[in-house]
Design a protein around this ligand. Sequence first.
Ligand SMILES: [Zn+2]
Ligand SMILES: [Zn+2]
Ligand SMILES: [Zn+2]
Length: 139
Amino acid sequence: MENPIVMDELEGELKAMPQDDVMVAIKRLEAKVDSLEKGLRKIISIQSVTQTTLNTIESAVKDEWRVGVSEPKKPKMSCTGCKGNHEVFECPNLPTGERIMKCIGAGICINCHLHHGGDCRRKGQCAKCNGKHKTCYHI
Ligand SMILES: [Zn+2]
Ligand SMILES: [Zn+2]
Ligand SMILES: [Zn+2]
């Protein structure tokens, strides 16, 4: 011991302490260590769960990626009117009025063919009248 005087003082203090109090202090210390250990175990177990979850997500993403590479998504362009390779609102076999109704019914803007609410922010697309509709919808 580098400082025997301090140790002697500490020993003296411990000896002066009633034995029961010392035991209580030790029990408290043990409880603290125990809870600390439990906390650590909990952290470790959570980490392992997280790692497992991450692995699952990773493999799921990889699977999806592989499927995406081997089977590229085909654009769904099947006309419900004539089964042609175009959307029904672009069908050359349907009258303009009907196509406009199909387009609006599908929630698609007749000016830009996008799904958006409210008025179209683009300028009129019609080459015939500059109206807010594509030329194919011009009546
Ligand atoms: Zn068609
Ligand atoms: Zn639009
Ligand atoms: Zn027009």
